[in-house]
Design a protein around this ligand. Structure first.
Ligand code: XLS
Ligand code: NI
Ligand code: NI
Length: 436
């Protein structure tokens, strides 16, 4: 028995690049081997519950455009939403999903009622996961929508909100563990400020550090085996968010002794908002050894907002997956579509079509990236560029064996006179273009 929400749409199949069927994959072929691994196991796609099933299609100038039979804050509606969600995962062939507490359960009048509602849905999800084989990539707590969080969660000036937020995260970690989640995500949506005039930055950062330590301690207490991930974002909803970008998060983790415990979930659109490219954020995470997972989407490059559109730019995806592969590929992480429909895309089929396009785009990016890895198209020129550093003398410079004055003496004695070499940027750009 299905809900009938998707009418007579059948499971989405791979039909190859020549297919014109909008409800078929043209590039994502789960069983195809890419770089020695099944495509599905490389990409580890997940559907975001919030955008796909709870977002009403509003914008700053107008409210709901979507009409869904589960848009009602009751347990019955939450279960209908879950039925449709798991039908959707199966139709699409998405191996994973992700959710916030507030996406999946009705809002209770008290904290205890919220927990009870969440637990009831977790049991319902558990059954559905067993029936369909779909798994949880990550769970998280929504500590930004309800008005109680308007001045922050962990960084709130009121310790009651800190406590309420910590309690909420505890219940969400319990839920994630119970459902076998591979990761637990913290996105600091309101951990930042609107104005420095009312903000004690030092206190707020200390609060945030303590909060994260509580989370890590609890992970060990309950034996949660997944990875704790922070999702950087520079602003929106607040004017400034503390988890600005990967480098900022890394410094924060180090300060609080958590750089070996916590990794990052990098979102394409957030990288752009921070004034970076997606691959910059991925490369930094690899360099620091904190790469965890991806939230996949794209922003409208003119509007300057986090528009959370489905990705459609293959060359961008190729460079992104190149860095993912360069770091050894996903372990617990995956590709979560933190992407939503445009508000005029009303039809149930549009939900599938958005994801199909995104998955095809990622598949093409992955294939191009794997081929670049295999051919050493970028890694060989890189190795050549740094080759001189591999000599024993050069390595001494890095090991602290020679002091500044000794280096100066050496430069004078050996008459060292560096000859600049081409960085070959255009050549390398042309190489990439051969693969995409
Ligand atoms: C919002 C964030 C959010 C996180 C989960 O911009 O991307 O969706 O992924 O809280
Ligand atoms: Ni986002
Ligand atoms: Ni996100």
């Amino acid at each position: 028995m299905t809900t009938g929400f998707f009418g007579d749409i059948q499971k989405i199949k791979y039909e190859g690049p020549d297919s014109t069927n909008p409800l078929a994959f043209r590039h994502y072929n789960p069983d195809e081997i890419v770089g020695g691994k099944r495509m599905e196991d490389h990409l580890r796609f997940a559907v975001a519950y919030w955008h796909t099933f709870t977002w009403p299609g509003g914008d700053p100038f107008g409210g709901q455009t979507f009409e869904r039979p589960w848009f009602e804050d009751t347990m019955q509606a939450a279960k209908l939403k879950a039925d449709v969600a798991f039908e959707f995962f199966s139709l699409l062939g998405s191996p994973f999903y992700c959710f916030h507490d507030a996406d999946v359960r009705p809002e209770g009048k008290t904290f205890a009622e919220n927990t009870k509602n969440l637990n009831e849905i977790v049991d319902y999800f558990g059954q559905k996961q067993a029936d369909t084989g779909v798994k949880l990539l990550w769970g998280t707590a929504n500590l930004f929508s309800n008005r109680r969080f308007m001045s922050g969660a962990a960084t709130n000036p009121d310790p009651d909100v800190f406590a309420y937020s910590a309690a909420t995260v505890k219940t969400c970690m319990d839920a994630t563990k119970k459902l076998g989640g591979a990761n637990y995500v913290l996105w600091g949506g309101r951990e930042g400020y609107e104005t420095l005039l009312n903000t004690d930055v030092k206190r707020e950062l200390d609060q945030l550090g303590r909060f994260l330590n509580l989370v890590v301690e609890y992970k060990y207490k309950i034996g949660f085996e997944g990875t704790i991930l922070i999702e950087p974002k520079p602003q929106e909803p607040t004017k400034h968010q503390y988890d600005y970008d990967v480098a900022t998060v890394y410094a924060f983790l180090q300060k609080h002794g958590l750089d070996k415990e916590v990794k990052v979930n990098i979102e394409q659109g957030h990288a752009i908002l921070a004034g970076h490219s997606f691959e910059h954020e991925l490369a930094m995470a690899n360099a620091f050894g904190i790469f965890g997972s991806i939230d996949m989407n794209r922003n409208d490059y003119q509007s300057g907002w986090d528009t959370d559109q489905f990705p459609n730019n293959v060359p961008e995806m190729a460079l992104a997956y190149y860095h993912v592969l360069d770091g050894g590929g996903f372990k617990n992480g995956g590709t979560n579509f933190d992407s939503k429909l445009r508000r005029q895309s009303l039809d149930p089929a549009d939900l599938l079509i958005g994801h199909i396009g995104g998955m095809d785009c990622c598949a093409r990016g992955l294939k191009a990236a794997a081929k670049m890895v295999e051919d050493k198209a970028l890694s060989q020129p890189l190795a050549d560029r740094y080759a001189k550093w591999d000599s024993a003398d050069a390595q001494k410079l890095l090991r602290g064996e020679v002091k500044l004055d000794e280096i100066a003496a050496m430069v004078e004695r050996d008459n060292i006179n560096p000859e600049p070499k081409s960085g070959r940027q255009e050549y390398l750009e042309n190489v990439v273009n051969r693969y995409v």
